[in-house]
Design a protein around this ligand. Sequence first.
Ligand code: GP9
Ligand code: MN
Length: 621
Amino acid sequence: MNKLGYKILNYLDIIFFIILVGIKLLCYGKQIETGYFSYKGLFSPVLASVIILASFAFLFNKKNRRKFLFICDLIISIFIIGDLNYFRYFKDVLSIPVLLNGFQLGAVKSSVGNLFKITDLLYALDLFIFIFLYKGSKYIKKTKIPLNQKLVPFLCLFAIGAAINTVQFLNLSKEQPRLLSTMFNKVYIAKNLGNLNYHYLDTFNSLSNAISKRTPVSAKTQEEVKSFLQSNSEKPTENLKGVGQGKNLIVIQVEALQAFPINKKINGVEITPNLNKWIKKSAYFNNYFYQTASGGTSDAEFLSNNSLYPTASGSVTYLYAGNEFNALPKAMANNGYTTAAFHGFRESFWNRNIMYPKYGFENFYGEKSYDVNEEIGLGLSDKSFFNQATEKIKTLQEPYYSFMVTLTSHFPYDDVKKYGDLNVGDLEDTLVGNYLKAIHYTDEQLGMFLDKLDKEGITRNSVITIYGDHYAIPRDNEKELAKFLGTTSFTDLQWMELQKVPMMIHFPEDKHKGTYGIYGGQIDLYPTLANIFNLSSTNMMGKDLFNSTEGKVIFRNGSFTDGKTFYLSAGDTYYDIKTGQKITENDNLKNAKEASINQLEYSDLILKHNLIKKFNLEENK
Ligand code: GP9
Ligand code: MN
């Protein structure tokens, strides 16, 4: 045999490893892909991820190398089989936060047995080859391989794998900017980068987060956070205190509902006639902003139910899934309420199956609870969702807190044919035009739902809150939006002012209706509801909108406004809202800026060091 032949034979274990594990990962990719799939697309990232792992094998002598490869293959096989079974139930991939919260899977544990298929074991078949090779290594003479002969091949292979992978990761982060840090759509990562790369990324994100969590917080800082929270909850609450006590609470978070279509017409037709009608009968907050960051919908849910800020990057729902929270559902449940969350999309999206119980929801009616009999865009249509959810709500023991999250009006609003026939004229076939159609559709479904509640007498005994979760129109499409609003472009300040979402609270018999102009945001919802339902809630960072005279909205990027001045952090500039003119910083503004940054930092500290748990322990001592 020639020299090359010996070399190949010598490294047969590594070659086997790369080929066999590569094939397994490609097969797994095919199994989690429900739509279009190409082996070609997945080939490079899969190969790169396996090469990276295989490169470490060169650091061992032959016997240990085979042991190492066997262990790696064993772990990968367990993960593939585990992921596959998890996918069959949740349409998602396992992640470290999910594994750490595994005990919460409770209800699904029983069905895991039914999901397992005997053919899954094929993924473990190649292990026998490595067992065989490992056994065979008994006959190998123990020779010490010099360090440089280990390091050179290791570094070469590692560099090749890392280079291919870098290109793959960069491409994906260009296509989906928030995806790699937030991991909000794990299946998408696994589909595009392969299962092994997905788990590398998951491990990296979890570790970097764990490290930052471990840096201890000083007693002084902890005290500072606590005293801020205490002083924040000591504000007077006279107006509307307890008016909702004993009544049901229905909160509807509407996908991508911004304030700009409210009370507007296009070609003579109202875009949101139903919301407009209910706004007239409700307490309507017309200066209410979304405060979400990269966690999108999940940030809106978090802000509204916890009155804390979302994380600057990533999503609380993945990064802090292990934390303790004092959320609105928990407070309602403590007051004898039945609590339930409703959303017609897969349960694991945004880690909801883990987070909703953490917030204190006793029931979560996710995708599996509905008959997916009509699909628009991402999934179950709002029409079908509202119809089916109504039936479930009616079975809940009163009083209840029902939290509903809609889905149809989700970006990119391209399932236009199914939205109905709103004539958007010039805006036909534009993102804004399609959005108006989508939100017109959702408004119609919302209207039918509310009318049904009214007819059945439910509104007489319920407080109903509706708000939008986050922006609908990216700034790239500014021109189309300007056209709709009868202008040509927007200044930075005007663009910020456009980031309002409608928020309304409907009380029985249309009580307390009217427009409330105070500047507020999603962080204020929980304190506002806590006052209405007389909850003894603590640790909230927002304000009660019915009992505050001074408006304030702090955005995750450090921008803030009080309704008179708007500070935009991107350009470190203050604007006078009325005149639209820039103003120079003075002591008051400087202090306000510092206070905003402090608040964001307090919220981060609460999350990073699980301070709510500490505060709760201290309180119960
Ligand atoms: C899916 C939905 C979408 O469940 O909540 O989240 P988003 O992409 O809007 O953040
Ligand atoms: Mn959303």
